[in-house]
Write a protein that binds this ligand. Structure first.
Ligand code: C5P
Length: 215
């Protein structure tokens, strides 16, 4: 069975999708991590970002492995490095590259062919798995998403304002929504879940009920 969870940055998808996968006994596919790894390798290899085929070649031979919550590139744990602001600022080169997207979707389908999965991203219900048995579009208001991010950063010892986060978040939302191929969009048959005012565990319980109805 394939469960897709798409939605904008900061909607809490990763946390919720991972916990949902655990509850269901499914594998979890973090597709954002894939685009992050392509951007990281592009940066390490100092490619010319205008050279789209060079980035596509990296994506086509991505030495990526998921080991529980860890993301490995040729055995090296890059889980923290792919989430730095430096890498985040480069992802659009990977996400806007049609050939990179094709390679990522092929990899996602290959991984999902092996087991039941909860897969999380922007285009999972629309492009990667249009025939998924259960599609969820998870969102929250921009303010709520920004406040959650500020709280997350505070817990990690970093102080940022809601305004600062909102500005970056709006930019990312615009980039993700404007993308012609694989842009952020709810599939026509997706169940839209707005999580304003809900705690993570409540969202997980709600999604679990939705999935079990379809099992
Ligand atoms: O989910 P995460 O924040 O890690 O995703 C990072 C970026 O990767 C997104 O902002 C989006 O540009 C891109 N992405 C994508 N398609 C996916 C998953 C992520 O374009 N399926």
């Amino acid at each position: 069975m394939i469960v897709t969870i798409d939605g904008p940055a900061g909607a809490g998808k990763s946390t919720v999708a991972r916990q949902l996968a655990d509850k269901l006994g499914f594998d979890f596919l973090d597709t954002g991590a894939m685009y992050r790894c392509v951007a990281l390798l592009g940066s390490r290899q100092q490619i010319d970002w205008a050279d789209q085929p060079a980035l596509a070649a990296i994506a086509a031979a991505l030495p990526l492995e998921f080991d529980g919550a860890r993301v490995l590139l040729e055995g090296e744990d890059v889980s923290a490095e792919i989430r730095t602001p430096e890498v985040t600022a480069l992802i659009h080169y990977a996400a806007d590259n049609t050939q990179v997207r094709e390679a990522m979707v092929a990899l996602q389908r290959k991984l999902a062919a092996e087991d039941d999965v909860v897969t999380e991203g922007r285009d999972q219900g629309t492009v990667a798995f249009p025939h998924a048995e259960c599609k969820i579009f998870l969102s929250a208001s921009a303010e709520e998403r920004a406040k959650r991010r500020v709280e997350q950063m505070r817990q990690a010892g970093k102080e940022v304002s809601v305004e600062q986060v909102l500005e970056q978040q709006n930019l990312r939302d615009q980039q993700d929504e404007a993308r012609e191929v694989g842009g952020l969009k709810a599939a026509d048959d997706a169940l839209v879940v707005i999580t304003d005012g809900m705690r993570a565990f409540e969202v997980v319980e709600h999604l679990e009920r939705l999935v079990r109805i379809r099992m």
